[in-house]
Design a protein around this ligand. Structure first.
Ligand SMILES: Nc1ncnc2c1ncn2[C@@H]1O[C@H](COP(=O)(O)OP(=O)(O)OP(=O)(O)O)[C@@H](O)[C@H]1O
Ligand SMILES: [Mg+2]
Length: 261
């Protein structure tokens, strides 16, 4: 049905969390029921939505088997948007999972049964290709890959794509890339346009039409625990993410037709 979406890139600081929070919130504003699973021990999505990263229950306790997933779901200040918070303890899961039966399927098994309750479930991944990210890719049907609009943007993309291929071949045949998202575009930089061209010609089929520009409101919003659309609905950042949500829905309209109302 295409409703579980991992936001992944093993490169750090490319805009994964920003995309997870703001795409989720924009879809929620468009009246989709959305769950954001913070699956990064840094817990940036958690704090970015105004929830303490010390919160319990959290995704780590669910992965450890101490808490049913439903109990970890928290509403946010954005209507239609719920979150499962993360916790720094999730670092330990990377090692603890190694000896588990069906270690790649732990998140997928947990999310089963929740799918009916949401139109979309977004998973914010950590900057690694370890077992946590493999779990997210095994649970998901689609991946969104944010890349920073900079000179070495495409570095590491090959490794990510081959990991996705490996997961598709061995663990989750449904998985595919929904799109590559160019983020933090700075129109004042002359190089910017050239980099966009370079990215589009390297991976033509995948790149979203929508480009997320650098915008100070996007940086400020998490400090008050809000998605940018709730912080300043009129700013360029909000406009970018509403356009992305519309483009995402357009790419997924066939699947959406099959979703429960
Ligand atoms: N479009 C944007 N405009 C301005 N600042 C941005 C934008 N996108 C991201 N940032 C800022 O860049 C930093 C990195 O972004 P973000 O946390 O989303 O990346 P990430 O890929 O999740 O990082 P990590 O790999 O550490 O999880 C953050 O401080 C964020 O506020
Ligand atoms: Mg992040």
């Amino acid at each position: 049905m295409g409703k579980i979406i991992a936001i992944a890139n093993q490169k750090g600081g490319v805009g994964k969390t920003t995309t997870a929070i703001n795409l989720a919130a924009s879809l929620a504003v468009l009246e989709r029921k959305v769950l954001l699973v913070d699956f990064d021990p840094q817990a940036n999505s958690t704090s970015g939505l105004g929830i303490s990263p010390e919160t319990s229950p959290n995704i780590y306790e669910c992965i450890a088997g101490d808490t049913p997933l439903e109990e970890a779901i928290r509403p946010t200040n954005t209507p239609n948007l719920d979150i499962i918070p993360s916790h720094i303890d999730l670092v330990g899961a990377e090692i603890e999972l190694v000896s588990r039966l069906r270690r790649e399927f732990v998140l997928r098994d947990l999310l089963q049964g929740l799918e009916e309750a949401y139109d979309f479930i977004l998973i914010d991944c950590s900057p690694s290709l370890g077992l946590l990210t493999i779990n997210a890719l095994t649970a998901a049907e689609k991946v969104i890959i944010p890349i920073q609009c900079e000179i070495f943007a495409l570095e590491g993309l090959g490794k990510l794509k081959s990991t996705i291929q490996l997961v598709t071949d061995q663990l989750n045949p449904q998985l595919h890339i929904d799109g590559i998202l160019i983020s933090m575009y700075d129109r004042r930089l002359r190089l910017g346009k050239m980099i966009v061209q370079q990215i589009k010609s390297s991976v033509p089929d995948f790149v979203y039409e929508t480009i997320i520009h650098r915008n100070s409101k996007i940086t400020e919003a998490p400090s008050v625990g809000q998605p940018v659309i709730m912080y300043d609905a009129g700013c360029k950042g909000s406009d970018n993410f509403m356009k992305l949500a519309a483009e995402f829905l357009d790419r997924n309209k066939e699947e959406e037709a099959h979703l429960v109302p």
